[in-house]
Design a protein around this ligand. Structure first.
Ligand code: TRP
Length: 353
């Protein structure tokens, strides 16, 4: 059976970018019943750049768990786990570190970009710099072969594949080389921010959160950047690189027109009108707002329901972490045996590797 593992750092509530890029796909895969699914709250990874901010990470564990439940991930069908509660992951990382060079880590484009965004300059925490290795431990510990992620995570999957090939080649073939599963809809793979910035990100303050109220969503959609050259309604407009249209590409279906904007049949007709001129941003935003409200309302309502009993949510996280730990422990034993360092297992120190 295919095994899926994905995770999120608990540094804030999850937003529409997470939803489009990965959460939606995870729920579909979970519900297909064809996969074994692990969902990790990557608190240890979050700590790699939040050592001085542990309360933030701690407090957001329940927020992320609520976002998962709200989107339709279910503990009966998927195993939820908290990364720091699986110490075997650290042990795996430690051995994998010997299979990766410093220059290889320095080339990781996502980490490079994050280092710049965080302004680390010469003060990069070692843990942060090496988190792609720990992420390889996350993925391989569960022998996941599929990892549903947004585009920015592709370098981590590539790094994991290299570690797996190196390990399997040097020791014994026990690790599984994973594949990224990107959203089928290209626009979902990297949803821009409300301000048109390349990524929706909490630190840039350009997000719609899954927990946002109807009113917050409406205000945020109204404030979105559009085509800066489209000054008057009559002016011809650009739909490419226009965040409002990118969101429509990601979320709009033909039936939304019948429900909310019956003057058009489909997105192509709407775009053609915008390009020709004569279609105001207000109309397009109103339509986008209807679509997002429709998508996010059931999520928000489920979230509110689960938030009433956090004790239940924590019990579920604990149960999942215990179950997951047993799996990681098994892999770690196989890894140590393959490396010939399981010395006390059957007197292995007395035998040659
Ligand atoms: N790096 C991911 C992020 O920033 C979080 C993550 C940690 C992850 N471990 C993982 C994603 C394993 C996929 C698989 O969102």
């Amino acid at each position: 059976m295919d095994v899926i593992l994905t995770g999120d750092r608990p540094t804030g509530r999850l937003h529409l970018g997470h939803y489009a890029g990965s959460l939606k796909r995870r729920v579909e895969m979970q519900n297909s019943g064809k996969y074994k699914v692990y969902v990790m709250i990557a608190d240890a990874q979050a700590l790699t750049d939040n050592a001085g901010n542990i309360t933030k990470v701690r407090d957001n564990i329940s927020e992320v768990a609520l976002d998962y439940l709200a989107c339709g991930l279910e503990p009966e069908k998927s195993t939820f786990l908290i990364q720091s509660q699986i110490p075997e992951l650290c042990e795996l990382s430690f051995y994998y570190m010997n299979l990766v060079t410093v220059s290889r880590l320095q080339r990781n484009p996502t980490v490079k970009n994050e280092i710049q965004l965080r302004g680390f300059k010469q003060s990069i925490p070692v843990g942060f710099f090496t988190y792609p290795i720990s992420q390889a431990a996350d993925i391989t510990a569960f022998k996941a072969n599929l990892v549903p992620v947004g585009e920015d995570q592709l370098p981590m999957i590539e790094q994991t594949r290299e570690i797996v090939r190196s390990f399997n080649g040097q020791y014994r073939k026990i690790l599984v080389e994973p594949m990224a599963v990107l959203p089928e809809n290209h626009q979902c793979a990297r949803l821009p921010g409300l301000d048109g910035a390349a990524k929706m990100s909490k630190s840039l303050g350009n997000c719609i959160y899954l927990a946002d109220t109807a009113n917050e969503i409406k205000k945020k959609v109204q404030s979105m950047f559009t085509d800066q050259t489209h000054l008057r309604i009559e002016d011809p407009g650009h739909t490419e690189n226009n965040p409002v249209f990118i969101y429509l590409d990601a979320f709009c279906k033909d039936e939304h027109f019948a429900a909310f904007l019956p003057a058009y049949q489909n997105l192509e007709e709407l775009k053609a009108h915008y390009r020709r001129g004569g279609l105001g941003d207000g109309t397009v935003k109103k339509f986008l707002n209807e679509i997002l409200q429709n998508e996010l309302k059931p999520i928000r309502e489920r979230r509110e329901e689960f938030a009433k009993d956090l004790g239940e949510v924590f019990a579920m996280l604990e149960k999942g972490s215990i179950k997951a730990r047993a799996v990681a422990e098994q892999t770690l034993q196989e890894v140590k045996t393959a490396m010939g360092i399981n010395y006390f297992n059957g007197n292995s120190l007395l035998k040659s590797v």
